[in-house]
Each structure stands twice: as structure tokens, then as C-alpha cells.
Design a protein around this ligand. Structure first.
Ligand SMILES: Nc1nc2c(c(=O)[nH]1)N[C@H]1C(S)=C(S)[C@@H](COP(=O)(O)OP(=O)(O)OC[C@H]3O[C@@H](n4cnc5c(=O)[nH]c(N)nc54)[C@H](O)[C@@H]3O)O[C@H]1N2
Ligand SMILES: Nc1nc2c(c(=O)[nH]1)N[C@H]1C(S)=C(S)[C@@H](COP(=O)(O)OP(=O)(O)OC[C@H]3O[C@@H](n4cnc5c(=O)[nH]c(N)nc54)[C@H](O)[C@@H]3O)O[C@H]1N2
Ligand code: SF4
Ligand SMILES: [Mo]
Length: 736
């Protein structure tokens, strides 16, 4: 006999429901999609079933480790590990101040209930200006544009895939990524659904991706030029009298519409066509199609955020949605109403404070702080540039910035100089190999889950609690306790302090902010479950965790409904269509229009369905077969440079060089080469045996930390100028 358990997959943003078999002896059996789940209906991708392999991976670190006098990491007890953190961290803070300690919070944190809730207490306790996260190599532009326009940075307006008649996708490949900042399982099926209903899907991408191939139309665009394209679309809307805000008109100031009209002046399709590499006639036609469709949604993602005009792009996406009457209507872009509440369900409707922007700047380069964080492109220079305020210690939580952030080579070298590195992570990888103290959390199967992050912007209102499926092993510690212990140490309360102190403080603070909720009513729950129960009870449906637990296949709370004007939290109480910080950035775009390109190559990135950023390459079923980490080159370019399919090429940028295996394909447009990120697992000290056998190269040795979107400080990861050269000798050349 075995038992079946149901839980949400925590690996990507799609939040598919899994059915997991646990055998009599406690071993994990088959993992498949939960067909009774109303949200994902049995859909999963090849990664979902690998929670088993991740749990059983012999390379996964199972005990805390401390670096000894011999320079090696040695297993130790949790008490010893926390004592070591205290012994070394507290003097650094006392001698050099709080800013001498940096923290980097990586992507899996938001896929983890413990992480997402408790990392905040660690950040607060550290009290450092040197707070970094994966957000500034990802979605910070979208957070800023959403925050400025609607008042809440992460309550994004999401495309209503299941009802739309027309979807325009820019810079996203949901056939590989399963979608992002617009949560829904089975994006591929939902895209097909649009076509089956007689709707149309158009994809704007420098590469003919699987998503583009499956679409009705692929429009190839020069990397980094989407803001021109979108500005030209806005220009056409005004020029051809196609502006019609629909119901949203009541919540948008006419003056803002006029401001947008004047901002787009001069960005005609003819003026941008050369820069974008798109015919003016195509730009006009796409604009007319979006305007004429009974409902339409424009959706931009990583490709539009991680470029030079990321914030302008993200803003323009929602400007087009608004000007065509598609904001907040079925089939357009809509706001979720999540069971656990979010920024736009809490507080007073139409009451909000201006988004806090740039309270401080980074020490070395004066890049802007946004939403409490500095851009991660600054991290290495803050470590390797001497002077008052220099970073001397780094805490990483669920992050691998050596592979995931620009100029990873510089960061790798800088980490060698740190007085202390503390990593909360289950693997010894390219970043955590620098750890002095490594604190491994339990696996996904050993922890509870509820997707606080992604159901804040999902395409249906849906809730589900996942209980832990496997017990903790002897000597493991829950991740929330690890984070709480670090917070207590950072606060000077000592390595022996009880994590319950942090837990109580958190729930008390949240209850106070909610206007005096009686926390004792949540007893006897503690930890993440108590906070979740609180959030559900004070959320829009006044659910309780007990009630939610009775829905083991998840609770469908219905399709999205129009939420304007109540979802607005802007100072004006309206949609702010022309926020000043964004208006101020338009001259930069205008200036770039006249900039000539030198005709050289530019690098873009890509994702593969069987990969997940940098950390799942140790799962054999995901990496076996054709190598994923190849440099894709257009046939005409390959011939011109003298490189062949299956050969290797040296790719160089301002900051570094790699030698990559070449894949010649006409899927990438001429002048563009594509290399995925998250690879390069051949560094000494990395303990990921399978990954090291499929090492690949680190594309972020090429990404240039000097290239940023000015408003957000977000890294430019697409459109990086590079040079190509053939490599006759197959032997790898060291990176320069
Ligand atoms: N060139 C280029 N670079 C990119 C991108 C790109 O498109 N191009 N994309 C960017 C994007 S969107 C993102 S989100 C970032 C991702 O970059 P990061 O946020 O740094 O994420 P990963 O590199 O996947 O590293 C995740 C780390 O978390 C650990 N981990 C896994 N599960 C857990 C857990 O449950 N708890 C803890 N504590 N640790 C865990 C893993 O072992 C690994 O060390 O990469 C960015 N980098
Ligand atoms: N299998 C898998 N799934 C994942 C991840 C993963 O690593 N693997 N990572 C997860 C994470 S952290 C995130 S943030 C999401 C990201 O999800 P997506 O945003 O869908 O990310 P990508 O698949 O990288 O798609 C980005 C697309 O932008 C294109 N592009 C590059 N430059 C430009 C440009 O200048 N303009 C335009 N219009 N397009 C451009 C690229 O060719 C690529 O097709 O995926 C998540 N899901
Ligand atoms: S699509 Fe994402 S959530 Fe769904 S099974 Fe795959 S990794 Fe998990
Ligand atoms: Mo991401």
C-alpha cells in the first residue's frame, strides 16, 4: 500500500498541482499532475516530477558546514554553525557598521513559504543598505511601472489568457518558461485555447522561439528596441484616432492622456522602423489589430525588462492596454484578488502614498535604491572597492549570483576577499563554494507551501495549502528557523536566542498593521502556518487555514473580475498613466533613436523547459541528451565569421569571454546570438557531480555590469555587444 499526497509544485511560477505517491517504506514513488485540481487539471512539465530526484540527490547538503582552519568545509551541529556566525558577524558589524554586511536573496526564496515570509525579518535585522536580490536581474522595471501606475509594485495586471481574443507577447517564451508575472498552469494549452476560439497570438522576439512558432505571427525585433516599437504603437493609436479607454476612462485623468500623446510625438512607425528592424506597415497593422480586437492583452516579460529601457517598456505595455480599453476588462489585463490578500486588497481603496524611489544611492557608482534594494549589478564593486562603507561580509539566501548576475567573474573574485560568507542553501555551487558557514534547508517535500508570491498575480483566483509530505530528517532545521536565528544574531540577541521571538514579533506586527487582530485566536499554530492563517482570515474571502486544508485539490475562487477603481492605491486615487519618473526618462529614449548601431553582434539569453535558472542541472533526467548550453548563431553570421554547427566559438564582451559550443540555426535573427544563463558548473569546490559533467559556460561572464536600465538599476541581460571568433582548437580557452 502506498498513499497519495497533493501539493503545489514550487519550481516555477505556474504553480501546477502535483500528485505524489509515498510508499510504505516512506520512499517517494510516482509524481504526476493532479487531475482533480481545478486550476492545473493534471498539467505538469518535466521538472515537476523531479522533486523526488532533488530530495534524493546525494550531492544535496544535509548538515550545516563550517570552514575550518584547514580551509575546508566540515559538517557541524546547528549550534556550532550559529555560534560561528555570531563569532564572526557581530565584530564586523561593531567595527564597520551595518552596511558592511550585504545580503543577496535569490529566486527560490519566493517559491518557498518560509523563505518569502521570514527573509524579511533577516533583512530588517541586518539593517544594511547593501540589500540585493534577483529582482534587479529580472522584474524590477515591471514592479516600478506597476507601482507608479496603480500604486502597488507587485500586484501586476495580468493578461486574461482564457478570455482574450488577441494576445501580443513581447520578450517572453512561455512554452519554455511556463509564464512569469502572470501565473497560470499550462500556458501552452491556454495559448492554444486563444487560437481555438478564433483569436490571434503574436510574438515579438529576436528569436523564433517555440512560442513564436506556435503563434499566428512572429515579429523579429532588434534586441533592446521594444520601447521604440511600443512608443510607435502609442503614436499610431493617437494619430489614427484609435484611443478608447472604455470603462477605465473614469479613472484616468485626461491630462495624463494628453501627456502621453505629447510624449509619443515623433516616435512614428517610420522613425522607429530602422532601429527595431520592423516594417512601419507591420507596426501600424499590429496597432490596429490590438485596437480593433473585441478584447486584447499586451504582455511583456523578461526580454522587455532586462534591457536598456526596461521600465519604459513595462510602462508602455500597460499604456497600450489602457489606451485600447483593455485595462481591467475580461480578455484584457486584470488584477487578481488573492485569498491571502495583497497590496491592492489591503488598506483603503484609492488611497495611497507615492512610491518611495531612491532613498539612497549605491556607494561606488551612485545607482538608485528602489523598493529598499540596491541593483545587484553593484554588488561586486561594493565588495572590491576599498573605502568607508565597503562590504566585508555577504549572506546569500537561495541565490547563485556568480552564475545569475552580470560580470559573474568579478563577483566570483570579489567573494574571495570577503571576511565572512554565510549561505542558506542546499547545494555547494559556484557561489556557496565561497561559504564560511553553509546552512542547508530541508527539501520542498519536507516543507509546507502556499504560494504567497505568485497567487498575487494569477489569472484565476485560486488557493491551496500543501502540507509537508516527508518528515524532517534528524539534524535538519526548518528554513524559517534558520532565517529567524540569523536575524536574532544580526540583532545582537545571540546564537542561543529562540526563533519563536522573531515569529511572535512578525505576527504581532502584522496584526497591529491590520488594525488590531487578536493573535491568540490563531493558537496553537506557530511559524509560517500561523502567519498564513492570519493572512487568509484577514483576506478578501475571510478564509481560515483549517477550511482551506479541507480542499486538498485546491480551492477555485473563480475567474478574475474587474477591480477598478478599488484596486488602486495611488496618491491621486486614479490610474497614473504618466508618472513623473517615467516621463523624465523619455528624453533618454528619444536620444537613443538617433544612435547608430555599429553593426556588431548582440547577445540575448534563453530558457529551456528542462532547466531552471542555475540550480537544477544536477538532475540527470533534465540534463541528459542534447547539450542545452549552446551558442545559437544565424547561418549567414556563422558563414561570415567562419564558425560551423557543432564547432566552438569564442564570444567576448567588454567584461569577459567564453568558449561555447555552436548551434547554427535560423531561429535567431542575423546579428543576434543566444546563450542561456545558469551554466558553467566546472569551478573547483562545486559539489554537483552531474551538473559538472554537463558544465556549459557562464553567460554572465559576458553580461556587463555597467549596462543598466537607468530608472530601476535593473541589469541589461539582453542586447549585450559581443564579438565572435572561431576556435579551431576544441580545447577550452580560459576566460579572459
Ligand atoms: N544572463 C541572464 N542572467 C539571468 C537571467 C537571464 O535571463 N539572463 N535571468 C535572471 C532571473 S529572471 C533570475 S530569477 C535569476 C535567478 O538567479 P538566482 O536567484 O540567484 O537563482 P539561481 O541561480 O537559480 O540559484 C538558486 C539558489 O537557490 C538554492 N535553492 C534551491 N532551493 C532552495 C530552497 O528551498 N531554499 C534555499 N535556501 N535555497 C534553495 C539553489 O541551490 C541555488 O543555489 O537569474 C537571473 N540571471
Ligand atoms: N524552464 C524554465 N522555466 C522558467 C525558468 C527557467 O530558467 N527555466 N525561469 C523562471 C524565471 S526566474 C523567470 S523570471 C521566467 C521568465 O520567463 P520568460 O519571460 O518567458 O523568459 P524567457 O523564456 O527567457 O523568454 C524571454 C524571451 O525574450 C527574448 N528576448 C531577448 N531580448 C529581447 C528583446 O530585446 N526584445 C524582445 N521582445 N524579446 C527579447 C528571448 O529571445 C526570449 O525568447 O521563467 C521562469 N520559468
Ligand atoms: S510548469 Fe512549473 S509549476 Fe508546473 S510542473 Fe513544471 S516546474 Fe512545476
Ligand atoms: Mo526570474
Amino acid at each position: 500500500m502506498s498513499s497519495l499526497h497533493f501539493r503545489t509544485c514550487p519550481l516555477c511560477e505556474a504553480t501546477c498541482a502535483l500528485e505524489i505517491e509515498v510508499k510504505d517504506d516512506g520512499a517517494i514513488g510516482r509524481i504526476r499532475g493532479d487531475r482533480d485540481d481545478p486550476w492545473s487539471k493534471g498539467y505538469i512539465c518535466p521538472k515537476g516530477s523531479t522533486l523526488k530526484q532533488l530530495h534524493e540527490d546525494p550531492d544535496r547538503v544535509r548538515t550545516p558546514m563550517v570552514r575550518g582552519d584547514d580551509g575546508e568545509l566540515h559538517p557541524c551541529t546547528w549550534d556550532e554553525a550559529f555560534a560561528e556566525v555570531e563569532r564572526r558577524l557581530v565584530p564586523i558589524i561593531e567595527e564597520h557598521g551595518r552596511d558592511a554586511v550585504a545580503i543577496y536573496v535569490g529566486n527560490p526564496t519566493v517559491h518557498n513559504l518560509s523563505g518569502v515570509l521570514y527573509v524579511r525579518s533577516l533583512i530588517k535585522a541586518l539593517g544594511t543598505k547593501n540589500m540585493y536580490s534577483a529582482s534587479t536581474v529580472d522584474q524590477r522595471p515591471k514592479e516600478l511601472s506597476t507601482g507608479l501606475m496603480f500604486g502597488t509594485p507587485i500586484a501586476f495586471a495580468v493578461p486574461d489568457l482564457d478570455r482574450t481574443d488577441y494576445l501580443l507577447i513581447l520578450g517572453a517564451n512561455p512554452w519554455a518558461s511556463n509564464g512569469s508575472l502572470a501565473t497560470a498552469p499550462d500556458w501552452p494549452g491556454r495559448l492554444k485555447g486563444i487560437q481555438e476560439r478564433g483569436g490571434r497570438v503574436v510574438v515579438v522576439d529576436p528569436k523564433r522561439t517555440k512560442t513564436a512558432e506556435e503563434a499566428d505571427e512572429h515579429v523579429a525585433i532588434r534586441p533592446g528596441t521594444d520601447a521604440f516599437l511600443l512608443m510607435a504603437m502609442v503614436n499610431v493609436l493617437f494619430d489614427e484616432g484609435l484611443v478608447d479607454l472604455g470603462d477605465a476612462a473614469s479613472y484616468v485623468d485626461d491630462g495624463d492622456v494628453e501627456t502621453v500623446r505629447s510624449l509619443c510625438a515623433g516616435f512614428t512607425p517610420e522613425a522607429v522602423s530602422g532601429a527595431c528592424g520592423i516594417d512601419a506597415a507591420v507596426i501600424r497593422r499590429l496597432t490596429r489589430e490590438v485596437a480593433a480586437a473585441p478584447s486584447a492583452a499586451v504582455y511583456g516579460r523578461v526580454g522587455t525588462c532586462t534591457q536598456e529601457f526596461g521600465t519604459l517598456c513595462s510602462w508602455l505595455v500597460d499604456v497600450v492596454n489602457t489606451l485600447t480599453g483593455n485595462l481591467d476588462r475580461p480578455g484584457g489585463v486584470m488584477f487578481s484578488n488573492p485569498a491571502h490578500g495583497s497590496g491592492n486588497t489591503r488598506g483603503e481603496p484609492r488611497v495611497g502614498r507615492a512610491l518611495r524611489l531612491v532613498c539612497h544611492a549605491s556607494r561606488v557608482r551612485a545607482l538608485p535604491e528602489t523598493l529598499g534594494e540596491l541593483p545587484v549589478v553593484c554588488l561586486a564593486e561594493e565588495i572590491d572597492t576599498p573605502g568607508e562603507g565597503q562590504v566585508r561580509a555577504l549572506v546569500t539566501v537561495a541565490g547563485n549570483p556568480v552564475l545569475s548576475t552580470p560580470n559573474g567573474g568579478r563577483l566570483d573574485a570579489a567573494m574571495e576577499r570577503l571576511d565572512l560568507v554565510v549561505c542558506v542553501d542546499p547545494y555547494l555551487n559556484e557561489t556557496t563554494r565561497h561559504a564560511d558557514v553553509l546552512l542547508p534547508p530541508p527539501t520542498a517535500l519536507q516543507r509546507s507551501h502556499y504560494d504567497v508570491a505568485f497567487w498575487s498575480f494569477s489569472m484565476r483566483n485560486y488557493a491551496k495549502y500543501s502540507a509537508p509530505i516527508l518528515p524532517m530528517d534528524d539534524g535538519q532545521l526548518e528554513e524559517w528557523k534558520i532565517l529567524a536565528k540569523l536575524a536574532l544574531i544580526a540583532q545582537g540577541m545571540g546564537a542561543d536566542a529562540d526563533p519563536a521571538v522573531v515569529d511572535d514579533l512578525m505576527v504581532d506586527t502584522m496584526a497591529r498593521q491590520a488594525g488590531g487582530f487578536d493573535v491568540s485566536s490563531l493558537a496553537p499554530r506557530v511559524g509560517p502556518e500561523r502567519i498564513l492563517d492570519f493572512m487568509l482570515r484577514t483576506g478578501p474571502y475571510a478564509l481560515t487555514l483549517d477550511e482551506l486544508m479541507t480542499h486538498e485539490h485546491g480551492l477555485d475562487l473563480g475567474a478574475l473580475e474587474p477591480r477598478l477603481p478599488d484596486a488602486l492605491r495611488t496618491p491621486s486615487g486614479n490610474v497614473e498613466l504618466a508618472p513623473q519618473p517615467i516621463v523624465d526618462d523619455v528624453p533618454r529614449l528619444r536620444a537613443a533613436l538617433d544612435r547608430s548601431t555599429n553593426g556588431g553582434f548582440v547577445l540575448i539569453g534563453r530558457r529551456h523547459l528542462r532547466s531552471n535558472n542555475s540550480w537544477m542541472h544536477n538532475v540527470n533526467v533534465l540534463v541528459k541528451g542534447k547539450p542545452q548550453c549552446t551558442l545559437q548563431v544565424n547561418p549567414a553570421d556563422a558563414e561570415r565569421v567562419g564558425i560551423a554547427d557543432g564547432g566552438s566559438a569564442k564570444v567576448s564582451s567588454r567584461v569577459g569571454a567564453v568558449v561555447a559550443d555552436v548551434e547554427v540555426t535560423d531561429a535567431v535573427m542575423p546579428g543576434v546570438v543566444s546563450l542561456p544563463h545558469g551554466w558553467g558548473h566546472d569551478a573547483p569546490g562545486v559539489q554537483m557531480s552531474i551538473a559538472s559533467n554537463h558544465a556549459g559556460v557562464n553567460s554572465n561572464l559576458l553580461a556587463d555590469e555597467e549596462l543598466v536600465d537607468v530608472i530601476s538599476g535593473n541589469a541589461v541581460l539582453n542586447g549585450i555587444p559581443v564579438e565572435l571568433a572561431p576556435v579551431r582548437d576544441a580545447a577550452p580557452v580560459p576566460a579572459s
